[in-house]
Design a protein around this ligand. Structure first.
Ligand SMILES: Cc1cc2nc3c(=O)[nH]c(=O)nc-3n(C[C@H](O)[C@H](O)[C@H](O)COP(=O)(O)OP(=O)(O)OC[C@H]3O[C@@H](n4cnc5c(N)ncnc54)[C@H](O)[C@@H]3O)c2cc1C
Length: 419
């Protein structure tokens, strides 16, 4: 029996290695279009590879998988973040969970993951063929018993048409927001540890650290909101109002904070006594936005109710216009891909084409930052491997077990287009 995996990335290697371990007699090969497999794994997490997440702070999977949370909920029961953790540790890659729940290799080096995959592929005798860009599945489906497509996120619909499956329009996710506001740009480098951001007129909101950049805003809260609003923001050409709550608290709590300052620092100038969460430069900027430059040096005690309301509004609902999408260099993913209605939700087998499977980001599943996208690759790949291994056609042809640990490295043939 043979399985061809199209795409030599995270999901492709994880499928191939698990399948070969489950079915040692099966011939498994990976076709990778580039010269170097696992290129994205090596770039990931700023070169450290955020392998997964402890999920300790995840209340509802829809918070971390804006697309595909129901399917992920079902599949994670079979292969969870704990299984992934044990999988890597069991193969000699020690992992560590940070205070923010993100899991990295102890080596802090993404190559610990890519080298493990390459080593395992060699040990198991998986053929890794580079320079093989696949453009049609017809030939592969004729020659292999099973085909698994793990080509990752494709930026354009055209990149997916050859799969002959229903497609959810691909659009980018995990990006930062451009805001044309020079006064804001001057605050570049300012971090607000607990901000809230939302897209007014929608229910989409996110909380967490926010970073002011020379083009607008970035940081975990913004990336999360870009993920929640990926499709909406694409539809409006990345021009949409953005509301920032700089204090990260509700208006009742924020009002209390302002009253506290009025009571305890009534004689002090507003520029010299500020809410604890805000850095001085940002506070000065917000005071100017709320009260105008002339009033920022007034004492707290002189603030009238109207001014207090304006200040409260700027602190908790400061509105800017997103004028574009800026790249996030550390991580970005594609929202959209092969529709989840096109696959069997248990096996990830195509409903239209039997013995064709999908795993990883090519599916319409994507997560926020924090290791959730790799976990999707591990979980979906493991699912596919398990179901191919259990496929009746496969079980009808029992394969001999190879001798333990024998390596059968294959020479890499020259590249070409397969279609
Ligand atoms: C810079 C960056 C950093 C990231 N860091 C993290 C992180 O730390 N943690 C996290 O969870 N997620 C991270 N992500 C997201 C994560 O990398 C992806 O979600 C994950 O790699 C998806 O795995 P995949 O195997 O589905 O796709 P990919 O890793 O993209 O692999 C797909 C492979 O298929 C090949 N391919 C494509 N088309 C064809 C074709 N027609 N024929 C043959 N081969 C083809 C590609 O060359 C590629 O090697 C990051 C993403 C980026 C861009």
């Amino acid at each position: 029996m043979t399985t061809t995996v199209v795409g030599g990335g995270a999901a492709g290697f994880f499928t191939a290695i698990n399948l070969k371990e489950m079915c040692p007699g099966m011939q498994v090969s990976i076709l990778e279009r580039g010269n170097k497999p696992l290129a994205k794994v090596e770039l990931s997490g700023g070169g450290r590879c955020n392998v997964t997440n402890s999920f300790a702070a995840v209340g509802d999977l829809s918070e971390v998988y804006p697309r595909g949370h129901r399917l992920m909920g079902r599949l994670l029961r079979q292969f969870s973040q704990r299984d992934a953790y044990a999988w890597f540790e069991g193969r000699g890659v020690g992992l560590t969970t940070q205070a923010d729940d993100c899991v990295f290799p102890q080596s802090q080096d993404a190559r610990s993951i890519s080298h493990l995959f390459l080593r395992e592929a060699r040990r198991l005798g998986i053929d890794v063929l580079t320079g093989r860009r696949v453009t049609s599945l017809d030939e592969l489906r004729r020659t292999a018993d099973f085909v698994v497509v793990t080509i990752g996120g494709q930026p354009r619909r055209e990149g997916l048409l050859w799969l002959d499956e229903p497609i959810e329009e691909p659009v980018p996710s995990l990006f930062t927001f451009s805001i044309d506001d020079e006064a804001l740009h001057e605050l570049m480098g300012t971090v607000v540890e607990q901000a809230q951001v939302m897209l007014p007129g929608t229910k989409l909101r996110a909380a967490g650290p926010l970073l002011i950049t020379h083009w607008g805003v970035s940081g975990p809260a913004v990336l999360r909101l870009s993920s929640y609003g990926a499709r909406l923001l694409s539809d409006c050409g990345y021009r949409h109002p953005l509301s920032i709550n700089w204090l990260g608290m509700g208006s009742a709590e924020a009002t209390q904070e302002l009253h506290r300052l009025q009571a305890t620092a009534g004689q002090r100038l507003m520029t010299t006594a500020r809410p604890a969460a805000l850095q001085q430069r940002l506070w000065q900027h917000l005071l100017t936005r709320a009260l105008g430059a002339g009033r920022t040096h007034a004492p707290w005690g002189s603030l009238n109710q109207k001014e207090l309301n304006r200040l409260l509004n700027v602190l908790t609902n400061d509105t800017y216009l997103i004028s574009g999408r800026a790249p996030h260099r550390d991580e970005f993913v594609t929202c959209g891909g092969v529709s989840l209605t096109a696959v069997n939700a248990q096996t990830l087998e195509s409903k239209r084409h039997p013995r064709l499977y999908f795993a990883g980001e090519v599916l319409d599943i994507d997560g926020v930052t924090g290791g959730f996208n790799f976990q999707c690759a591990w979980t979906t790949a493991h699912t596919v491997a398990r179901f191919i291994a259990a496929h009746p056609q496969n079980l009808a042809h029992p394969q001999p077990l190879p001798k333990g640990g024998e390596a059968h490295p294959q020479p890499l043939p020259k590249g070409g287009e397969i279609g």
